[in-house]
Structures are given as C-alpha cells and as structure tokens.
Design a protein around this ligand. Structure first.
Ligand code: SAM
Length: 269
C-alpha cells in the first residue's frame, strides 16, 4: 500500500493557529518533511508530535523528492510543512508536487493559516478582485515592470521590512502620490498592526516607528480604474438587453474601453 501525503498549513506566528485536523494528521504520519527542522521542532514539541523530521528546502528539494517518493512507496505516511503558513504559497514544494503527481501519488491539502488571506480579511475592500504576486521582485527594473503589469488591479505582495520604504517610494513614483496602500506587519503576533494610507503617510509612520518583522502589502487600484470592470459589465448587460450580438458587443466595447476584443467577447458570452 502506498502511503498518504499531506500538505499541512502551520501557524504564521501564533502557535495556536493550527487546525485540529492538522495536529491529528501530523500525530499519525511517520515523517514530516519540513523546511527547517529547528522551526518545525518547536511546533512538534508543543503538540507532542512524534514523527521523524526530514529537512526539505529549496536547495535539496529534488533529492528529497526521490526520498519522499521512496518512503511513500514503502507505505509510510508523510506530512509536508513549510516554516510558516501554507506550503507552496511563496514557499518551496512545487517540484515535489509535480513529482508526486507524475508518480500518481494522492495529495491531500489540509488548509489553515496564510499571510495573504489573514491580511485580506482585515482590509476595507470594495471588490473581491485582486492579484497576489508573491514576493515583489527586489530588482528595481523588474519591480517597475511588475507594478505596471498590475496597474489598475488591487495588488498584494510579500516584502522584506528592509526594502519596504524603497518599494513604497517606487509605488509612489509609478502609481502617483494619491495611491492608497495597506501594510500588514507581524500578523497574528504580539505586535500585529495594519496601516492604511498613502505611501507618504506610511513612509512617515515608519520613519518614527520600528519597522521589523514580517510584512505584507496591498496597493489599492484607483477608484476610477477599479470601477472600470463594473462599468464594462454593466454596458455588456445593457447592450445584451438591446439585442446586440456578442460579436457586436465585443466590437463596440473594445473601441469604447480601448480593450482587447476577444477578452470582451469572452466576458459577454
Ligand atoms: N507560506 C506563507 C504563507 O502561507 O503566507 C508565506 C511564506 S513566505 C516565505 C514568508 C513571507 O510571508 C514573509 O516574508 C512575509 O512577507 C509574509 N508573512 C509571513 N508571516 C507573516 C505575518 N505573520 N505577518 C505578515 N506577513 C507575513
């Protein structure tokens, strides 16, 4: 019998943020593949989890994938965790998952804490539309490219506290000084805070307050850019009611919104 493989979300700061199902599963598996055995060791000690820890990080993932597949084929059950939050969300594991799928091994994901979702649920948003881009690139040119790619969309990313101020200045330069931003810091931990304002407000705030710990950022699309999608959908439905064909709707609205005809066709279908 092939063993079971479980992807397990772990806390992003507060050790209590782990599900009952995850604790029970980690108590039952034979091995836990983890990024850093010292970090996962804190969790296994707290919850009296006895499984053997197997380090599996971005530098040994290929070699470890073979080992994990061998263990599963021998019938051992394996849990997979990252240092914090949901594995594979800006964390290693994608090579391993591909290999498991190639080997027809069933993967079960146990949901739980994640910095993006924790942050999003704390924010005042008018829409569910947003893009998560993982860690924003460090390289200034790549950063500007990606900022331009997502202009007009609520955009959420991970960033280091060491680079936050520089990145906020770039956002200000690319998106304008009237761009609203939220910064979440140390979520679920003792010094958790969420600051919302223009980039200049946040830069000023962190010039006077310690900027340490873990950071997640949201750039809000400008109101007029954000409402563009709603406006488009409204116009599609008005033209449909008037009896226009999908092809004609795509043609008219692509001219009006300066948008791709095929994209509008898909929305109007
Ligand atoms: N897998 C994790 C998840 O589910 O969110 C993310 C791992 S990624 C390597 C680590 C980054 O996530 C940090 O550098 C920070 O940007 C963000 N992050 C993790 N924990 C956080 C927290 N408690 N508060 C704010 N951001 C956090």
């Amino acid at each position: 019998m092939i063993g079971n493989f479980y992807i397990c979300a772990t806390p992003i700061g507060n050790l209590g943020d782990i599900t009952l199902r995850t604790v029970e599963t980690l108590k039952q598996v034979d091995y836990i593949a983890c990024e850093d055995t010292r970090i996962t060791g804190i969790l296994t000690e707290k919850y009296e989890i006895k499984a053997k820890l197997l380090d599996c990080h971005k530098f040994n993932e290929k070699e470890r994938s073979c080992k994990i597949i061998t263990l599963l084929n021998e019938g051992y059950n394996v849990g997979f965790v990252s240092d914090a939050g949901t594995p594979l969300i800006s964390d290693p594991g994608s090579f391993l998952i591909e290999e498991l799928l190639k080997n027809n091994i069933k993967i079960t994901s146990l949901p739980g804490a994640c910095a993006v979702t924790t942050f999003l649920s704390l924010l005042p948003r008018k829409t569910e539309e947003y893009a998560f881009i993982g860690f924003i690139p460090r390289n200034p040119k790549q950063q500007i490219l990606i900022l331009n790619k997502y202009k007009g969309t609520n955009c959420i990313f991970y960033e280091s506290p060491l680079r936050l101020i520089k990145t906020l200045k770039n956002i200000q330069d690319e998106y304008g000084t009237d761009t609203k931003i939220s910064v979440g810091r140390e979520l679920t931990k003792l010094f958790e805070e969420v600051k919302t304002g223009f980039a200049s407000d946040i830069i000023e705030y962190y010039n006077n307050h310690p900027l340490k710990g873990e950071i997640v950022v949201m750039i809000y699309a400008h109101e007029e850019e954000n409402t563009c999608g709603n406006d488009l959908m409204q116009k599609i439905s008005v033209l449909k009611e008037e009896g226009y064909s999908t092809k004609d709707i795509a043609k008219i609205l692509s001219l009006l919104f300066n948008a791709n005809k095929n994209d509008i066709y898909k929305l109007a279908k």
